[in-house]
Design a protein around this ligand. Structure first.
Ligand code: AMP
Length: 395
């Protein structure tokens, strides 16, 4: 049987990220992003075999942008495109695994949109465009929340009156599930442990950041909750704050709900603390030059991250390893060093040289001799979505 290709689509409200994933080869045959869709300066950027290209597509919507890259995708797949995998942010309690897209599953994703009003409608735009352009190809939805549906009730319930959960779905869901599944499977392979008999703490540190406890191949707790705002400090998101902050700001400053939501989601986190940037590279450089805001942002980020990992350890029967992933986790030796320094009670300690050299896509152990395992594992959500899509096509 010739090797198969899956097109993976991750659609935002004004962007589409796409990647053509080959079953057997790690590098993407083609990948790119269409951005600023709907505006005069809509454009698409893609790369193939190391060559980068861009095209302006004034006023293109999601469908027009996908149509533009369609011939490229088909040529790169050599007429062996077997299916399309869509990233969908929120699957609520309905979706515990990836599913084939049909009228019923699309309606269920739409019904979950109240839980993710910014994300699910955007994901549906991509699904709708792809179904119209590729009507004969099977299409699959892979959910960020699905992996966390194994959380025990004591981990997913808020201490709120029960009707809010039963009637309105107010509970902790968790996100980044596709990444957690990918890196914890990889970590088990790298260490020769059985995925279904291993225990991991994981820190996914990208623009969004979260932590997770994974036991025997299942998520047992995670730091994000009803929405991706709960938990650790992120690029522009605050993570945990006192829930009374809302009423405090409304009462004392007269702020509206929209203003408070914008504050907590877009103006806080590393950006808010530093007053400089949401980008960890920028903050590390500024810290070296003595920028006090950048220095504080990094200190708070690492301390709160360590607190969250220590809290996640409550869900583990033993620790087979701590995994760092995401743009920051894969590249920042400083953040790994400072975070692990707060976790002495878990007996964690790093080998400075291994920590410094395991960056830019390198994977491997970075713990000091005789201490519990700490691994850097580059994530690849697109590949996991493609593997899930193929698994459903084979089923
Ligand atoms: P992601 O969303 O996974 O692409 O991660 C984005 C985050 O990773 C941003 O905060 C980047 O600044 C950070 N990042 C990428 N490369 C580095 C690096 N070499 N050192 C520190 N942070 C990095």
């Amino acid at each position: 049987m010739p090797a198969r290709n899956i097109l993976v689509i991750n659609c935002g409200s004004s962007s589409i990220k796409f990647a053509l994933v080959h079953e057997d080869h790690e590098p993407f045959a083609l990948s790119g992003i269409a951005e600023r869709l709907g505006s005069t300066d809509a454009q698409v950027h893609w790369q193939q075999d190391g060559n980068k290209q861009s095209l302006l597509l004034p006023h293109a919507d999601h469908r027009a942008a996908l149509a533009q890259v369609l011939p490229l995708i088909q040529a790169a797949a050599g007429d062996q495109l077997q299916g399309i995998g869509h990233r969908v942010v929120h699957g609520g309690e309905h979706f515990t695994a990836a599913c084939l897209l049909d009228n019923a599953s699309i309606a269920a994703i739409r019904a979950t949109a109240t839980l993710a009003p910014l994300h699910n409608p955007a994901n549906l735009l991509g699904i709708d465009a792809a179904i119209k352009l590729f009507p004969s190809l099977p299409q699959v939805a892979v959910f960020d929340t699905a992996f966390h549906q194994t959380l025990p009730e004591h981990a997913y319930r808020y201490a709120l009156p029960e009707p809010l959960y039963r009637e309105h779905g107010v509970r902790r869901y968790g996100f980044h599930g596709t990444s957690y599944r990918f890196v914890s499977q990889r970590a088990a392979e790298m260490t020769g442990l059985a995925f279904t008999a291993s225990s991991w703490l994981v820190a996914h540190l990208g623009n969004g950041c979260s932590t997770c406890a994974i036991v025997d191949g299942q998520s047992r707790d995670t730091s994000m909750g009803l929405t991706p705002l709960e938990g650790v400090v992120m690029g522009t998101r605050s993570g945990d704050v006192d829930p009374n902050l809302h009423s405090h700001l409304a009462r004392t400053l007269g702020w509206s709900l929209e203003q408070i939501e914008t504050l907590l989601n877009k103006e806080s986190g590393l950006l808010g603390l530093s007053g400089l940037s949401n980008d960890m590279r920028t903050l590390e450089q500024a810290r070296e030059q003595g920028h006090t805001g950048a220095t504080l942002a990094i200190e708070v980020f690492c301390y709160r991250l360590a607190k969250s990992l220590a809290a996640m350890s409550c869900a583990l029967p033993q620790l087979d390893g701590l995994i760092f992933t995401g743009g920051i986790g894969e590249n920042s030796a400083l953040i790994r060093r400072k975070t692990v320094a707060h976790l002495k009670l878990l007996n964690l300690s790093l080998d400075d040289q291994a920590n410094a050299s395991t960056v830019r896509g390198a994977a491997g152990p970075i713990q000091a001799h005789g201490h519990p395992r700490v691994l850097v594992v580059p994530t690849n959500e697109e590949r996991q979505i493609a593997l899930d899509t193929l698994a459903l096509l084979d089923a």
